[in-house]
Write a protein that binds this ligand. Structure first.
Ligand SMILES: CC(=O)SCCNC(=O)CCNC(=O)[C@H](O)C(C)(C)COP(=O)(O)OP(=O)(O)OC[C@H]1O[C@@H](n2cnc3c(N)ncnc32)[C@H](O)[C@@H]1OP(=O)(O)O
Ligand SMILES: O=C([O-])CC(=O)C(=O)O
Length: 401
């Protein structure tokens, strides 16, 4: 809490809890993450994206037949409705995240029950969205590259299908496994900025597509989902391990931020980054391209970042995912959309919780300006309310409640 004129400000809404959740537990230090009671380390090692989606949506890990059933539903919903494909084509020259935002919104056109915010209704819509987003991202990339979107192959897993839809070839199973784990590690993370945005929309009773579109929009920012893209751009700028120290010093000297470090909740290493670091290292070696790993590792080992690590500024989930995507030849501007594909189950779970709540999310802002003379009943005669109001209308609004 920050005190301003004796008013306690909860700056950035960072302290306290606004509700209860059964989604995930995030322990700031030592960094630990549980999805619905399951440690992310176990899920990363032994689970799959499909299984983890079931866990997030239904609250327990599935039996074999439950997982098969969800998987077949996801497979059957992979093809995009024509209106969504048309929307994507109109966004051909836009950032893939803009196209994804529009495509997510356009999914409402083919839903006869847009306003159905019941538990079952949101589950159905969420599953539909999980299934469709990889095809949206892949279709936009193919259209902007002058290629036709391709039909999904029903035999492939969610992650393998994404790579197939993107590149038009069946992926190396090892590559597909890495993307599967990457999606799983991005699937859920409490009330982060994009999830909160989705929850705010849901709290007003707006429909699922409006809430999902809000979440996707907010993920785009470089302080949130956009960091993986920024990391790889930084790696290009650094160029070689030897330059890392000077590069970090110059950014920090200008009070800049090194992307992929720091987190609104963790005061320790983000547990997801441990898995992604190991994957980025192994993948670089397997592909004969250890360069990205070496550069990013040199940034993390620079004096300035080691000093920050002592203050709780550590690698986050975005530090290594960009290196993995680059090594898999995924274009940089698809990094945030990949994060979004992974996060759909988590967003859906939070929307389920929010629609079940009666509370509208409506935090207040402290109004900083003094009361104007025109609105004081005892104000000078010259400052009648109507005069003051017409002056105020001529001024742009600055603060609000
Ligand atoms: C999936 C996700 O959304 S994870 C986050 C992804 N985002 C990034 O990786 C972008 C880079 N990181 C950041 O911008 C920030 O660390 C955030 C936004 C993630 C978290 O911010 P906060 O917890 O509010 O930290 P805050 O901004 O208060 O920083 C406190 C101090 O830590 C230091 N610091 C925090 N992050 C960094 C960083 N990435 N690089 C260098 N120094 C940093 C700064 O010295 C800062 O002090 P200053 O404001 O006087 O310069
Ligand atoms: O939790 C946050 O603030 C950021 C986020 O989405 C994540 O780390 O996955």
């Amino acid at each position: 809490m920050v005190s301003e004129n004796k008013v306690e400000l909860n700056k950035g809404l960072r302290s306290g809890y606004y509700d209860r959740t059964e989604s995930s537990l995030i322990v700031p230090k030592p960094g630990k993450l549980l999805y619905r009671g399951y440690n992310i380390d176990d899920l990363a090692r032994y689970s799959t994206f499909e299984e983890t989606t079931y866990l997030l949506l239904y609250g327990s890990l599935p039996t074999r037949s439950q997982c098969d059933e969800l998987t077949s539903r996801l497979v059957s919903l992979r093809s995009l409705p024509p209106q969504v494909l048309e929307t994507i084509a109109t966004y051909r020259d836009s950032h893939p995240m803009d196209a994804l935002r529009a495509a997510v919104s356009a999914m409402s056109i083919s839903d006869p029950d847009v306003e159905d915010n019941s538990h079952e209704g949101i589950l159905d819509k969420g599953i539909r969205m999980v299934a469709a987003t990889p095809a949206m991202v892949a279709a936009h990339h193919r259209i902007r590259s002058g290629l036709d979107p391709i039909e999904p192959d029903e035999s492939l897993t969610h992650a393998a299908s994404f790579l197939h839809l993107l590149f038009g070839e069946h992926p190396d199973p090892e590559d597909a496994k890495l993307i599967d784990k990457d999606f799983l590690l991005h699937a859920e993370h409490g009330s982060n900025a994009s999830t909160f945005a989705g929850r705010v929309a849901a709290s007003t009773g707006a429909d699922f597509y409006s809430a999902m579109t809000s979440a996707v929009s907010v993920l785009k920012g470089p302080k949130h989902g956009g960091a993986a893209e920024a990391v790889i751009r930084m790696a290009h700028d650094v160029g070689s391990e030897e330059n890392a120290e000077a590069y970090v010093e110059s950014v920090i000297g200008n009070r800049g931020r090194i992307p992929g470090f720091g987190h609104p909740v963790y005061q320790d290493i983000d547990p997801r980054s441990v898995h992604l670091r190991a994957d980025a290292k192994a993948l670089g070696e397997r592909k004969g391209q250890p360069k990205w790993f070496a550069i990013i590792e040199a940034v993390a080992n620079s004096h300035a970042m080691r000093r920050r690590a002592k203050l709780g500024i550590n690698p986050n989930v975005d530090l290594w995912s960009g290196a993995i995507y680059s090594l898999l030849n995924i274009p940089e501007d698809l990094f945030v959309p990949l994060f979004a594909i992974g996060r759909i189950p988590g967003w859906t779970l939070h929307l389920l919780e929010q629609y079940a709540s009666r509370d509208i999310l409506r935090p207040r802002l402290y109004y900083k300006r003094q009361e104007g003379p025109g609105v004081r009943p005892d104000g000078p005669a010259a400052m009648t309310p109507s005069r003051e109001l017409s002056r105020a209308r001529a001024r742009p609004e600055r603060d609000g409640r």
